[in-house]
Design a protein around this ligand. Structure first.
Ligand code: GSH
Length: 243
């Protein structure tokens, strides 16, 4: 069985890391058996989580590469029935979440002082490997690093309002694609659902406050979709009440 290395559950979500939550959602969606291994970021192949450890001990990082690899080695492909056009749309939406919306989440968590206070407390609680007296400093150092990445990406050069307007545009596209379908590509959940659910829930179903969250919570099809995904893949977690 493969072993999944990821951050922990928090705020009632499968994971506070969108790529980790995407990975675990996908494993459940594709019905690939796995177990969660203890967090060991020092041995992460790309210095990031999630990563997997295979039966022979080999490690693979990056959720997108892992999904492609597992599709190939297990033959389980939830996207097998999609048309070429649906695949193109699916890829574009996955990239939008990973490469664009992710930075909106980073902006909201790290650059807003009120949100940072809440998020820092969560990090302090989760840093079990670090002595208590060093956790606050570790949190501040991580914040600095994430702000550096945000600036390097380019999103960090915009005002907060500009970033949040970008996030609202992304969520509008998701809501419009979803319409009244149960899942983004129709009746059956596919890989793009694992991605979109993980990234969207990691903003709208958390105690972090911003206009993107307000917008997301105002769109019934998006809120219902997140709940549909939770019930299907993480029924052990409680429904989020973050109106
Ligand atoms: N493209 C990667 C992104 C992974 C990623 O950004 N993980 C973050 C947690 S959300 C991380 O491990 N950050 C550690 C660091 O940057 O030091 C994937 O999809 O797996």
């Amino acid at each position: 069985m493969i072993r999944l290395v990821q951050l922990r559950r928090a705020w009632g979500l499968a994971n506070i890391s969108p790529p980790c939550m995407k990975m675990e959602t996908w494993l459940r969606l594709a019905e690939v058996p796995y177990e969660v291994a203890p967090l060991d970021i020092a041995n992460a192949p790309k210095g990031k989580v999630p990563y997997i450890i295979e039966k022979d001990g080999s490690r693979m990082g990056d959720s997108t590469f892992i999904i492609d690899h597992l599709k190939a080695v297990t033959g389980k492909d939830p996207d097998a029935h999609l048309t070429a056009e649906q695949r193109a749309i699916s890829l574009a939406f996955r990239r939008m979440m990973k490469e664009n919306f992710y930075w909106v989440i980073i902006q909201a968590r790290y650059k807003d002082d009120q949100n940072w206070k809440r998020y820092k407390q969560l990090m302090i609680d989760l840093l079990d490997g670090v002595p208590m007296e060093q956790r606050s400093m570790a949190g501040d150092m991580y914040k600095q690093r994430m702000e550096g990445q945000l600036y390097g990406h380019g999103m960090g050069r915009h005002t907060a309002k500009e970033v949040y307007d970008i996030g609202i545009a992304d969520l509008t596209a998701v809501c419009d694609l979803l319409g009244d379908k149960p899942f983004l590509m129709g009746d059956k959940p596919t890989t793009v659902d694992a991605t979109v659910y993980a990234y969207v829930a990691n903003l709208i179903l958390t105690p972090v406050e911003c206009s993107v969250k307000d917008f997301g919570l105002s769109r019934k099809n998006l809120v219902d979709y997140c709940e549909r995904m939770r019930l299907r893949y993480f029924p052990e977690l409680e429904q989020q009440k973050v109106a």
